[in-house]
Design a protein around this ligand. Structure first.
Ligand code: NAD
Length: 345
């Protein structure tokens, strides 16, 4: 898809962060844009921006886990803008972090429900409508760099994102003959408000977390996201990917090399000799290339944190260091979780 002017975009989670960046860039490209978001305060803020621009943008309050709500949002889009979306961006997502062994059903049900289930619901709602409407159309999903590798404290999130990457690949293959393109974009750190999700967006029925989540842990995450990629820059990467009919966009100059290195681990895991070689490899200090690629993805100098084998920047943009606030740790009362048993990479 190369021409955007006059066409319709539907963006989930379109009122903040990455989604708001897409809404701006595709609105500036002349599209009529629906922003569908769970948070009314985010929608109000985004709509104030678009009203001032006089842009044709329509807000719908939607929880992507609500299938009836999705169908109603699709009907509303047709009523307001006169057709089914030409461009569907499945972007809404949430996260929360802690040791895998501390995870509750609610941690999985919430994170996987929104990040994976929300994408499934978008596809099942819109794909039949898009095929029936005909013409050149496109579906994109904001996946995550997390899809390329799991972490001991990111189980629900990285599992959901790896699932979304595979899911989008299936739809890419299935929809090509219909003239519908599919793109998965996998950013690492984005300047967004995703750190608010665990305290503000988590419905009561999913409140039972096994992780240590507090104002302080989320403040640390906010400090990390402050270094992230500008959502408008991310949106430019996505627009170029859509124009080029590219399935996978890793929005960095060294994206293809990043993918190559990330996937290499499976070659090692798949034999006993490989496992031994992998363990030896992990004992080596980070290479110049590791430091360069990690810093490019995260938006800050990772040399110190890689040497410490930790994601957290040493100074954390003035935030307190990791151990004083327990980011990525278990809820204190889970007596089977031993904080000293850490995965040695
Ligand atoms: N921030 C990052 O560093 C980062 C990195 C990689 C991928 N991502 C992904 O980018 C996407 C966008 O997140 P962001 O970082 O811009 O966060 P954000 O919180 O700034 O924006 C996400 C928007 O989605 C909305 N949302 C949350 N749950 C929803 C639901 N159930 N239904 C509908 N809307 C919902 C939120 O209200 C919010 O407005 C997510 O899928 C996230 O996993 C983020």
């Amino acid at each position: 898809m190369k021409d955007f002017a006059g066409k319709i975009a539907f963006i989930t989670g379109g009122a903040s962060g990455a989604g708001f960046g897409y809404a701006q860039i595709f609105s500036e490209a002349g599209m009529k844009v629906v922003i569908a978001d769970y948070r009314q305060d985010h929608l109000d803020e985004a709509m104030a921006y678009f009203k001032e621009k006089g842009a044709p943008v329509h807000a719908i309050q939607l929880d992507v886990t609500d299938r009836d709500g999705y169908a109603k949002a699709a009907d509303e889009t047709e009523k307001v803008f006169g057709g089914t979306p030409d461009l569907l961006i499945l972007n809404a997502g949430v996260n929360v972090f802690g040791p895998a062994e501390a995870s509750t059903y609610a941690d999985y049900d919430w994170v996987v429900g929104v990040c994976f289930g929300g994408v499934v619901n978008g596809l099942v709602t819109f794909v039949p409508r898009m095929i029936k409407a005909g013409g050149q159309r496109h579906i994109a999903a904001t996946v995550s760099w997390g899809a390329f590798g799991s972490g001991s404290t990111t189980a629900p999130y990285s599992a959901a994102k790896a699932g979304v990457l595979n899911l989008m690949e299936s739809y890419w293959q299935a929809l090509k003959p219909y003239g519908i393109g599919v793109t998965a974009i996998c950013p690492a750190n984005i300047r967004s408000r995703i750190y608010e999700a665990a305290l503000k967006n988590r419905p009561d029925e999913f409140k039972d977390t096994g992780y240590n989540v507090s104002e302080d842990t989320q403040k640390l995450l906010a400090g990390i996201h402050a270094h992230g990629m500008d959502p408008r820059v991310l949106a430019d990467w996505l627009k170029k990917g859509i124009e080029n009919e590219q399935f996978l966009v890793i929005p960095y100059n060294h994206g293809p090399r990043m993918a190559e290195i990330a996937m290499e681990r499976f070659k090692y895991y798949a034999s006993p000799e490989g496992m031994r070689a992998w363990e030896e490899k992990q004992k080596q200090p980070p290479t110049e290339e590791d430091i360069m690629l990690n810093s490019e993805r995260e938006g800050f100098d990772m040399s110190e944190s890689l040497k410490q084998r930790s994601y957290i920047p040493k100074t954390g943009n003035g935030q307190p260091p990791k151990d004083t606030i327990g980011f990525g740790k278990a809820r204190a009362d889970l007596d089977w979780v031993d904080p000293n048993k850490k995965f040695e990479k």
